[in-house]
Design a protein around this ligand. Structure first.
Ligand SMILES: [Zn+2]
Length: 108
């Protein structure tokens, strides 16, 4: 499931095709896209809030939902096996996507 329309980071074209895939540290599969306009290869998460995230989005949503339900940040770290630094980074990057993440979490 794509959260946003993917554009080429070089020429902003929407005309790109699947090239290959790779597995991030969490085991989640991501795609490398090939721009048909300029020839650049890029990750499907390039220039998105998801770029560089190592944890699966479903895990991040679980942690953020726990915080929204009133769990303290320390309890969320202990329970989910993550760090305050990671949680704060996710909040900074994904805070503006709350409604989209909620929709994603109901479909995942
Ligand atoms: Zn391009």
């Amino acid at each position: 499931m794509s959260l946003t329309t993917i554009h080429c980071p070089k020429c902003n074209s929407k005309d790109h095709k699947f090239h290959t895939s790779y597995i991030v540290g969490s085991g989640e599969k991501r795609e490398i896209r090939h721009c048909q306009n300029c020839g650049r290869y890029f990750s499907e998460t390039k220039n998105t809030p998801l770029e560089g995230l190592r944890r699966p989005l479903s895990f991040i949503i679980l942690v953020l939902n726990a915080l929204n339900e009133g769990m303290s940040i320390n309890a969320a770290c202990r329970t989910c096996g993550t760090t305050k630094k990671s949680i704060n980074r996710w909040l900074e990057r994904l805070g503006g996507l709350k409604e989209v993440l909620l929709l994603y979490s109901t479909r995942a």
